[in-house]
Structures are given as C-alpha cells and as structure tokens.
Design a protein around this ligand. Structure first.
Ligand code: UD1
Ligand code: UDP
Length: 364
C-alpha cells in the first residue's frame, strides 16, 4: 500500500472478520486515489485466521503488524492502543477506518478520538442489547466516538438515532462483507470442499466461538450433546475456532463417528463448504449474513442477534441446545432454504458507497 504522506487514511484490522469487510473498502478508496496505510494489529495471527485472507481476498500486505497477539481484554486492547498512539502521534492520519466489533476496533477508536483524529466505523449501529457480549461494549463505545458511521441495515440507523448520533454522520451503505462474498461467488466450490474432506451425502456445518458458548465447560458440554444428537442423523463438519478447542475436546466433541472436526478453513474453502451444506449451526456474526445471501438455512445458537435483518430478510433463526435437533428436522426433510429475499443494499456495492462518502469527507 501507499506509504504515509501528509493526508492519508489508516485502516485498522486485526481479527478474522475484519478482513472480508476491509477488502472492498480499501479497493474503493484506492479507486479515489486516496493514500492508505493498512495496520494489522496481530489480534489474530495463526495463518488460517489471518494470512489466508490476505492471499485469497487480494488484500495488500499490511504496512504495519503490531503483533499484539492474544490476552485478556484489557491487555489486548491496551497493547493495540499503546502501539497505535505512537504511530498516530508520529504521523497523524486524516481518518482512521475501523471495522466491526472486535477489540482492535474499539482500541483504535479510543486512540484516534483522544488525538482528535476522525474515525469512520464500518458496520456501525448493530445492537444485540446484550452487554455481557464483549462485542456489544465495543460497538457502543466505537459508535459513540465515530465521525462517520457506515451502516449495513436500516435497524442500525434506528439504533444510532436512539443513541443521539447526528443523522448527518450516518450513512446506510449496505454490507461490504457481502461485496466480498458476491465478488468471489465463482470461487466457492461445494464439490471441491466435499471431495477434500471426503464427505459423502448431506452434511451440516457448525462454527462456534462466542465466549458464552465455548468458555464454560458445562455449556460447551451441553452444546456437544446437541451436536452429537444432530450427528446421529446427519454428518456435522466443524472447522473449529481456536477459542473452543480445549473446552470442546474435553467435552468429547470428536467422540462421535458423525462429527468431523477440522482446523479453521480459508475463506474460499469455508464458503465453498457452507454452499454445499444442508444448514449451518453457528454463533458467528458474519456467517449469519453469508448464509442469508447464499440461501442456506442458518441456526444461530444464541439468545439474541445484532443482525435481525438475517431473520426478517434471510434464512436465520435463533435456537437453543434444547430445540436445535427439532429445528433441524424440517431442514433435513427438505424445507427451510431461502426464498431469494435479501436485505436492502446487500448488492455488492457497499465499498463503493463508502469510498464516495470518504472521498467527499476528506475533500471538506
Ligand atoms: C475475536 C473477537 C470476536 C470475533 C472473533 C472472530 C473480540 C473481543 N472478540 O474473538 O468478536 O467474533 O474474534 O473470530 O475482539 N487464538 C489462536 N490463534 C489466533 C487467534 C486466537 O489460537 O490466531 C486463540 C487464543 O487462545 C486466544 C483465543 O483464541 O486467547 C481468543 O482470541 P481473541 O482474539 O482474544 O478472541 P476471539 O475469541 O478470537
Ligand atoms: N470463516 C472462514 N473460515 C472458517 C470460519 C469462518 O473463513 O473456518 C469466515 C466466515 O466466512 C466469515 C468470517 O470468517 O466471513 C467471520 O469470522 P468469525 O465467525 O470468526 O467472526 P464473527 O463474524 O463472528 O465476528
């Protein structure tokens, strides 16, 4: 990417879901001739959680990797803040762009706001109204400090309005993660995924990583029980996020012949796998959105979602460990695929809309 100049934009990324959101925004800003610097905080660092996205999504090499790694919330957030403060003081950007709801996002926002550097938040305004989720805290803080708020669904605009954010700061642009999905559609090969994993017949995909699902051994055990019950009738393929490795292994996740546990997959391989599946069981934010676009039934193992548009305009439903198998049955029987409805402005052009707004903002 371009090196720093007097006026440049810094993108702060760091965790897996940031990368598919940032790719179309970086591309759009480049088309406007805006000088950009890409920071990777190092929050995620395993090649399958990070590097593979840069290779597959055509993202430029990060200009800087802060290498913060894992840690408690305070440690991880503080490490990002200290490194970014040094960087922003040495060479202040004209705008900092942050993505989603991860610790790297809130850390960058806090630093920029205190240095009077404007912040653009991509995927603003989503609310689960569940403050026990670390992401909800990150969303509320980031949105309260951002100068440009790019929303992916109309409900987000409503939430921001209720929180007193001025309407002129809010831009409903659609979903850049869906830009990435749509622009890679031809690459998602369900047959290749099936072949690579030697899967025969129908299968489910499960991805689980929320602290509320994986951190507590008893909860993890109840989820394993539900997944085993599902696997009694349909193979369950689980590209396991590192966060749940220990708790799910202790709960005996692999002790069922119908369960296939694998490492996290690259983006292209993962969506290929999802595309050929009967349904997905997940607690991921991004996967709720991607299944909605692909018309694949999505069962979200959470009491709430900050993405209700995937229920009203998509294939998503909230489930519990107690009703998971019952909710799967009609899908196994051939019902429950999408009806082709998709959320407004999820049309592959969100990045371009963001580029237009940012270019106009920088000209002011
Ligand atoms: C983070 C985000 C979450 C997002 C998720 C996407 C926060 C608070 N959470 O959760 O919103 O949905 O990323 O995947 O920012 N680990 C590895 N290798 C890695 C990264 C992590 O082994 O490359 C392990 C470490 O044991 C680490 C644990 O996963 O302690 C959790 O990583 P962390 O980045 O703190 O949070 P996530 O659960 O990944
Ligand atoms: N993903 C992937 N490989 C996997 C699991 C997920 O490429 O094995 C992708 C997924 O398609 C989505 C992104 O990672 O685009 C979302 O990341 P995650 O579920 O970790 O985070 P969340 O969206 O919940 O914050």
């Amino acid at each position: 990417m371009s090196q720093t100049t007097a006026a440049h934009v810094v993108h702060v990324t760091g965790a897996r879901p940031n990368f598919p959101k940032a790719a179309p925004v970086i591309k759009a800003l480049a088309a406007h001739g805006i000088r950009q610097v890409l920071v990777h905080t190092g929050q995620h660092y395993d090649p399958v959680m990070s590097e593979v996205f840069f290779q597959q999504l055509g993202l430029p090499e990060p200009d800087v990797n802060l290498g913060v790694g894992s840690g408690t919330h305070a440690h991880q957030t503080a490490k990002v803040m200290m490194a970014l403060e040094d960087m922003f003081v040495a060479d202040p950007p004209a705008l900092v762009v942050v993505y989603g709801d991860v610790n790297s996002t809130v850390a960058a926002t806090l630093v920029a706001a205190k240095l009077h550097i404007p912040v653009a938040h991509v995927e603003a305004g989503l609310r689960s109204f569940d403050r026990t989720m670390p992401e909800e805290v990150n969303r509320v803080v980031t949105d309260s400090l951002a100068d440009l708020l790019f929303t992916t669904s109309p409900d987000a605009n409503v939430h921001l309005g209720h929180e007193g954010i001025a309407a002129e700061k809010i831009h409903f642009v659609g979903n850049p993660m869906i830009d990435t999905l749509l622009s890679n559609l031809d690459a998602f090969d369900a047959d290749a995924a099936r072949e690579q994993l030697s899967i025969e017949g129908p299968y489910l995909v499960a991805t689980l990583h929320r602290p509320a699902n994986v951190d507590d051994p008893a909860t993890a055990a109840s989820i394993v029980k539900a997944l085993h019950a599902a696997a009694d009738t349909t193979r369950v393929v689980i590209p396991l996020h590192p966060r749940g490795r220990a708790s799910f292994a202790s709960a005996g996740l692999m002790d069922h012949s119908g369960v296939t546990v694998i490492e996290p997959l690259g983006y292209v391989e993962f969506i290929g796998l999802v595309r050929g599946s009967l349904a997905v069981v997940t607690d991921s934010g991004g996967v709720q959105e991607e299944t909605t676009m692909l018309g694949i039934p999505c069962l979200t193992l959470r009491p709430n979602t900050e993405r209700p548009v995937t229920i009203t305009h998509g294939t998503n439903q909230l489930v519990t460990v107690d009703n998971l198998v019952d909710r799967l049955q009609p899908i196994v029987d051939g019902q429950g695929s999408g009806d082709g409805t998709t959320p407004p402005l999820w049309d592959g052009h969100a990045g371009e809309r963001i580029g237009t707004v940012v270019a106009a903002y920088l000209r002011r």
